[in-house]
Design a protein around this ligand. Structure first.
Ligand code: 17E
Ligand code: FE2
Length: 415
């Protein structure tokens, strides 16, 4: 048993105490009597763990392995990856993916949804990630998306590979309609994705309209089909960059339909501010979806990392506070009301998109998974881009940090 005292919950002015027993939240109350180890959190903010709902763990740390992505576009990224991927081995993918997971965990992430490229005849990456998922399951929860990077129909036997991936145990059906060879194939791919999800009872997460082309409107069809099937809440539309460039008359009509289906959105702010707008001169588009407007409509939106050093994006560490900082700026969401709930974009909203509601969150009876931020309130957490002091999983430390100390050499600091 462990008792955490001086715990500042998000939105609460007065501290509480948390009792953890057998890896679960036993009790959360202002004062708890218990004979056990006591950990003083000194009024720092405690939140559920960070969630990264969109990563490509099979791609991590490959940015410098092949020819560089000179144009910086999504499409050249896909080409550069395609040139590299025949050299993959299960062991090599596993070792990079685990390094990627470690990097995210060091920042307080405990849940990751990773897309895994299945447009490769041997499904090497999927085999590797299925093994990794099992190996890390005691410390981090992975969800795997069968992701047809080179298209379900543009890639030879892509549809069969998708079906094979479902049988092997992928958790979600992925897609990339804007990459198919013509709009009709993009539409056909959306029908196929929903059909597979229904047939195998899986979640859906589609790379949807990751382009500035406003003619790319696969979101509309995806939303309609999952609305009809009643599986909107099990569905995520990732990226939807073109929706950020869409005309208002179209966007406002869509917004109502998106609300009706209950579909979730993942925006990757660092990735898409970097990849999009490449064919624009000035004005140059921001390339991210309508985060603010979707959120204000009551639609679930979360932020994700997407890449860590791959042919699309050379940086990335899995620091969700860093992603959040960018997302809030690019989406113009730093009013006091925005900041109060901003951490939701990288915690509970991501958990909702991943359909983790039943296990995720700081509540009595749930697994004792939480993180402690180096900040006393939400504003400081955002303004200071607070680090994660502790990450606790099922009541055990994944890590604990010492707060950084500064040697104050000048008297100005004393004033
Ligand atoms: N693949 C893709 O289609 N889009 C991306 N942003 C990445 C990989 C990172
Ligand atoms: Fe992605």
């Amino acid at each position: 048993m462990k008792k955490f005292i001086n715990v500042r919950r998000k939105g609460c002015k007065t501290p509480v105490e948390i009792l953890v027993k057998d890896g679960m939240f036993e009790k959360i109350a202002p004062k708890i009597e218990a004979e056990c180890e006591i950990i003083d959190l000194e009024g720092n903010i405690v939140i559920p763990p960070y969630v990264d709902p969109h990563m490509h763990l099979d791609y991590v740390y490959t940015a410098n392995l092949g020819t560089q992505n000179g144009s910086g576009t999504l499409f050249e990224g896909i080409q550069r990856w395609s040139e590299q991927k025949e050299h993959l081995s299960i062991e090599e993918v596993k070792s990079r993916a685990i390094r990627g997971i470690q990097s995210e965990m060091k920042h307080g992430v405990q849940y990751i949804r990773t897309h895994v490229d299945v447009t490769e005849p041997n499904l090497t990456a999927l085999k590797a990630l299925l093994e990794v998922k099992e190996e890390v399951k005691d410390v981090v929860e992975l969800q795997l998306v069968a992701f047809p990077q080179e298209g379900i129909y543009a890639y030879p036997r892509g549809d069969e590979l998708m079906e094979e991936a479902m049988k092997m145990g992928a958790d979600c059906v992925g897609g990339i309609p804007h990459y198919e060879l013509a709009r009709e194939f993009g539409e056909k791919s959306i029908h196929k994705i929903v059909e597979l999800a229904v047939k195998y009872d899986r979640l859906i997460d589609v790379h949807c309209d990751e382009t500035d082309d406003v003619q790319s409107r696969f979101l509309e069809l995806l939303n309609a089909l999952v609305l009809i099937e009643g599986i909107g809440n099990k569905t995520t539309a990732s990226h939807t960059c073109s929706f950020g460039s869409a005309d208002n008359s179209y966007a406002y009509r869509m917004m109502k339909l998106l609300k009706r289906s209950g579909i979730n959105f993942v925006s990757c702010p660092t990735e898409n501010i970097f990849l999009q707008g490449r064919q624009d001169t000035y004005p140059k588009r921001r390339g991210i979806t309508r985060v603010k407007e979707l959120h204000e409509e009551g639609i679930n939106v979360c932020f994700a990392q997407d890449s860590m050093s791959d042919p699309w994006y050379p940086l990335g560490t899995g620091s969700m506070i860093h992603i959040l900082d960018h997302g809030l700026h690019i989406a113009q969401m730093i009013s006091p009301e925005n900041i109060e709930n901003a951490l939701d974009f990288v915690t509970i909203n991501g958990a909702k998109a991943m359909n983790l509601e039943h296990t995720y969150g700081i509540e009595e009876g749930k697994d004792a998974n939480f993180i402690v931020l180096d900040a006393k309130n939400e504003f400081d957490a955002i303004a200071q881009r607070a680090g994660t002091l502790m990450s606790i999983h099922r009541g055990e430390y994944l890590f604990e940090m010492e707060p950084a100390k500064m040697k104050q050499q000048n008297s100005i600091f004393m004033r």
